[in-house]
Structures are given as structure tokens and as C-alpha cells.
Design a protein around this ligand. Structure first.
Ligand code: F6R
Length: 306
């Protein structure tokens, strides 16, 4: 672990969003430069890899062709390749040099949901372990583990909002376009919310980092283009607030994911879903759930086969 000076996380789709969250964790907790590559790009470029590069390939099924090919390419170049895989005995699990099964249980639908949450949790644990072998204090490590052990009731609380989210989907089911906004560790959450919506309900959606929106995307916004934004209480809260003010100036309806007790958020939102507060690095575990439920209910209401 001490020899590693660079990490590359390789995956496709939802797994690559879990990887983006992993990047934040590795850089913040362990101070190791970390990149995320979608597998279909990694395998066709000429990545610079040496024996100090650690590669993680992340896959629910363990059979995704691009991810498998990327793992083979990385091994050929001399990297140590670890798998983070759900399906036990799958090809990626067998071909990697070592790794971790996430044991999320079988994913029955096309859309990866609980596997995503478990990928995030495993990546956080890896980042914590690398951090502790380097610069992370025992106290911070313990605080993170404590917060992680309290995360399940917070995730359950988000799931309990199911009825409210169903009502929200009823209200928005006829819109044709959605924009998802997040910043920092919640940008991958926005990407995941957007992918799930388009994947299972066939509604057009896009995701942008809040601060990037003004460089073009904002031109599309109007009263017919709702924006789902994650504005939980973290270090980028004020930045996100000002992005949402820009959205409101365009008259786009705003649906906010906000932290319980943040009454001021109501001033900005047409609709609001409150989630429990947790450590910033753990926020994606909670904040993704309302967005996945929203995609689910939109799809069911539109008669799609989820
Ligand atoms: C989205 C989804 C896909 C998968 C992707 C990778 O809901 O399920 O984007 O995440 O195809 O699949 P795995 O994780 O099996 O390699």
C-alpha cells in the first residue's frame, strides 16, 4: 500500500459514478492522486501505468466487456489490478490480482442501485485504509467509521420518503427535460440521478456540476425545464445556493435535496426533499436514494417496464 503513488478507478455507467466518489475519498483521506476512467475509453487510449499505479476495476456483474478488457490491458502494462465486484466467481473477479466482493445481493433490474451504494461504501473503506497507512489521523479515521456505522438508518429514512417522491413524480411526469445539478462529492450523485431517469423512464436529462452550468447549459433553462439540485449542508453549500439562484432567474422549477432543518432552502425550491445530515464524504449514500426513487416512480407512472 505504501508503494502506490497513483490510483486509477475504471468502470462503466453507474459504477463509474461510484468511482468518482471514490476519487474524492482517496484524494481527501489518503492524498493519493486518483483518476477515474470509463473503461471504454481507458482500453483504447495509451494509459501511462507503472508498477506504482494501483488500478481498481469496479463492476456489479463482473462481466462488463469494456471493464474486463481494461483490466486485462492494465495487467499487461504491469499494474496491480484489484476488483470491486458484486457477482462472486464472475470473470472480472477471477482475472484480477485480488479484490473485494461487495455482497450487495443480486441486482434483478437493469439499473444498478444497491450495488452502487455498496461500491461507494467499499471505496470509502479502501480510502480510509490507505489514509491510515499514510497521513490520516486515528481520530478522523474513527469519526468516519462511526459515521459509516450510523448511515443505514439515515438511508432508511430516505427510503421512507417513497410516497412523497411518488407524489413529486406525479407532478412532474409530463415534463420532457430535466437538469440535475450537484457540486463536489454530489456531482456524481447528480450524474447518477440523471442516468437513472433517462435509463428507466426514457426522459431526456442531463447532469452538470453547479458551477459549470453558466458556461452554456443555462441557455436551455425555462419554466419547462425542471432542475433537480443537491444542496445539502457541506462546504459547497453557499456556492450551490448561488447556482440555484441563477436557475430561478430563468424561471426553471427547482426541486431540492436539502438537509433536514434547512428551512432557508424552502425559499429557493418549488419542491423539496429533506435528507439526514452526515459527514460530507458519506453524503452520496443518502442523497442518491431520493433521485433513484424519483426515476423509479417516473418510469412506473409512464408505464415503462422498470
Ligand atoms: C445503470 C447501470 C449501468 C451499469 C454499467 C456497468 O443503472 O446499471 O450503467 O452500471 O453497465 O455495469 P457493471 O457494474 O455490471 O459493470
Amino acid at each position: 500500500m505504501r508503494e502506490v503513488n497513483r490510483i486509477i478507478l475504471i468502470a462503466c455507467g453507474t459504477a463509474s459514478y461510484a468511482a468518482l466518489i471514490g476519487k474524492y475519498a482517496f484524494e481527501r483521506l489518503a492524498g493519493i492522486p486518483t483518476e477515474v476512467d470509463v473503461a471504454s475509453e481507458f482500453r483504447y487510449r495509451d494509459p501511462i501505468i507503472d508498477s506504482h499505479t494501483l488500478i481498481f476495476v469496479i463492476s456489479q456483474s463482473g462481466e462488463t466487456a469494456d471493464t474486463l478488457a481494461a483490466a486485462r490491458e492494465a495487467k499487461r502494462k504491469g499494474a496491480f489490478v484489484r476488483g470491486i465486484v458484486n457477482v462472486v466467481g464472475s470473470t472480472i473477479a477471477r482475472e484480477t490480482d485480488g479484490g473485494t466482493y461487495i455482497h450487495a445481493g443480486p441486482e434483478l433490474a437493469v439499473a444498478s442501485t444497491k450495488a452502487y451504494a455498496n461500491m461507494v461504501a467499499i471505496l470509502l473503506l479502501y480510502a480510509l485504509q490507505f489514509g491510515r497507512s499514510r497521513r490520516l489521523s486515528l481520530a478522523t479515521g474513527r469519526r468516519l467509521l462511526g459515521a459509516l456505522s450510523e448511515i443505514v438508518p439515515k438511508m432508511e429514512k430516505a427510503l421512507e420518503q417513497d410516497k412523497k417522491i411518488q407524489k413529486l413524480a406525479e407532478k412532474y411526469q409530463n415534463y420532457k427535460n430535466f437538469l440535475f445539478l450537484g457540486r463536489g462529492i454530489n456531482f456524481p450523485v447528480a450524474l447518477e440521478g440523471s442516468l437513472k431517469l433517462k435509463e428507466i423512464s426514457y426522459i431526456h436529462s442531463e447532469a452538470f456540476p453547479g458551477g459549470e452550468m453558466k458556461h452554456g447549459q443555462i441557455a436551455l433553462l425555462s419554466e419547462n425545464f425542471p432542475v433537480l439540485a443537491i444542496m445539502t449542508k457541506n462546504q459547497l453549500y453557499e456556492k450551490m445556493r448561488s447556482n440555484i439562484e441563477e436557475v430561478k432567474a430563468r424561471k426553471a422549477p427547482v426541486i431540492l435535496i436539502a438537509t433536514e432543518g434547512d428551512d432557508k432552502a424552502k425559499e429557493l425550491a418549488e419542491d423539496i426533499i429533506y435528507v439526514s445530515e452526515t459527514m460530507e464524504l458519506l453524503e452520496p449514500l443518502v442523497n442518491t436514494i431520493p433521485l433513484q426513487l424519483f426515476a423509479y416512480h417516473m418510469a412506473v407512472l409512464l408505464g415503462r417496464d422498470v
